[in-house]
Design a protein around this ligand. Sequence first.
Ligand code: S3P
Length: 179
Amino acid sequence: MDAERDIQNIALTGFMGCGKTAVGRVVARVSGFEFLDTDLFIEEHVGMSIPRIFEEHGEETFRRYEREVVTRLAERSETVIATGGGLLVDHANMDTMKQYAMVFCLWASPDSIWRRVKDQSHRPLLQTENPRQRIIDLMKERKPAYGRADMLVNTEYRSAKDVAQLILSQYRGAIGARA
Ligand code: S3P
């Protein structure tokens, strides 16, 4: 663990539909940490849904809001932060969040992701002619960025509870090892 890091939070990243919110809520419940979802945080502060932000202001503005959230959350402690799937693809965001959180990247195969998201309509990036191919392309493009997380966690064939327990034991081990 880098000496200059002051880790007091757990961050979950990974592709859309990989279970960040479901797992994050379990981690928060078991650890007693607060739960915070960056998409909800942005929606509440901007007063608009994510699809509307994309539609009316564009993706660039949404990414700016995400960068602002990363900075604002630095004062947090004992919080489980579920990030939007693109938030930590930005290297600077990943570096900043790593200062105050241990970052776990949840992974699921493109097929599983597709099964989980295909009946949902609230993700602007998947409103394309061929969303299945878009998932494959975006996952490939983001792989190096997700690989910069502290730990990659495979969620296939595992319940949210199992994934949450694995994350907590890793977090406690790392924080204990640092002390
Ligand atoms: C995005 C993921 C979404 C949301 C926005 C953009 C992305 O969050 O932030 O639609 O770039 O992957 P979820 O990962 O929670 O779906």
